[in-house]
Design a protein around this ligand. Structure first.
Ligand SMILES: Cc1ncc(C[n+]2csc(CCOP(=O)(O)OP(=O)(O)O)c2C)c(N)n1
Length: 277
């Protein structure tokens, strides 16, 4: 399991307190204070730390899926990529190898209409999901703003992967609602395009769906806010790492640790008294 998306870590069971601690460089953060951002993964939960070069997580996920297959493990690797990343060579190499070997892997292409300031029409002549068939993989487009549709498509792709039917490229169509980063005021995005997508806000849509089923969304929202406030307060009390430990856990020391799946007890860093990956 490999993540570009922070929410995916939460779904895998990384406690919010550890993520806050990560951002504040605390010893109890997932990298033990070695990174103050999103380049982390808790091996015990089956998460691999993100490689920043796009879309290098695709070959990494394909490699993991290859290992699962060779070892006869009933597991499936999953990673995310952006529309811009599909123009890189690694995309094609990973798609080809995964399809050829019928690897248990899911590639989720978040098509959010822009790669930095470059719109789709300047990126490719063919929608990348259509390329999946050319490699011998399944390509499926899904409404990326419909949480349950994305979940259902992923579940189906996982079943296919575990049945030995090979990889799926899921294209989740969505929109990036802010600039690529703080420096980007997004003036290149037409206002009406933003308005169109604003009316399709995925959180708003899911909230309406849950309310129609009788769920008290407001109460859930308040309970989560309380949990987060408490997690933040605890993270703020955590110490910074001991400078003497700065070089520990940066490179692999001794035997490589197996990737946990969050189910079994983990014997790696935790046993050595630290949570570092
Ligand atoms: C190989 C490589 N080149 C350039 C970058 C810098 N970079 C980071 S994000 C980004 C845009 C990616 O766009 P897209 O793949 O559409 O994903 P999005 O950020 O829109 O989700 C670029 C060029 C990088 N990380 N890796």
């Amino acid at each position: 399991m490999l993540h570009r998306d922070l929410a995916a870590h939460l779904v895998r069971g990384v406690e919010p307190e550890r993520i806050f601690a990560q951002y504040m460089g605390r010893a109890s953060g997932i990298t033990g204070g070695r990174d103050g951002n999103v380049h982390f993964g808790d091996r015990r939960l089956g998460c691999v730390g993100m490689v920043s070069m796009l879309p290098d997580m695709m070959p990494v996920a394909a490699g993991m899926a290859m290992a699962f297959k060779l070892r006869g493990e009933r597991r499936c690797a999953l990673t995310w990529l952006g529309d811009g990343a599909t123009s890189r060579g690694d995309f094609h190499e990973a798609m080809n190898w995964a399809a050829l070997q019928r690897l248990p892997v899911i590639f989720v292409l978040e098509n959010n209409q822009y790669a930095y300031s470059t719109p789709l029409r300047l990126q490719f002549a063919v929608d990348p999901v259509e390329r999946a068939a050319a490699y011998g993989a399944v390509g499926q487009t899904v409404d990326g703003n419909d949480v349950e549709a994305v979940f259902a498509a992923t579940l189906r792709a996982r079943e296919r992967a575990l049945d030995g039917a090979g990889p799926t490229l899921i294209e989740a169509v969505t929109m990036r609602m802010h600039g690529h980063a703080a420096h980007d005021d997004m003036r290149y995005v037409p206002a009406e395009q933003l308005e169109h997508w604003r009316a399709r806000d995925p959180i708003m849509l899911q909230q309406a769906r849950l309310q129609a089923q009788g769920v008290d969304v407001e109460a859930t929202r308040n309970a989560v806010a309380e949990q987060l406030d408490a997690a933040l307060a605890r993270a703020l009390q955590q110490p910074l790492p001991d400078p003497a430990s700065a070089t520990e856990g940066v490179f692999c020391e001794g035997e490589a640790e197996p990737l946990g799946d969050g189910q079994a007890p983990y014997s790696g860093y935790a046993a050595r008294g630290t949570d570092r990956v």
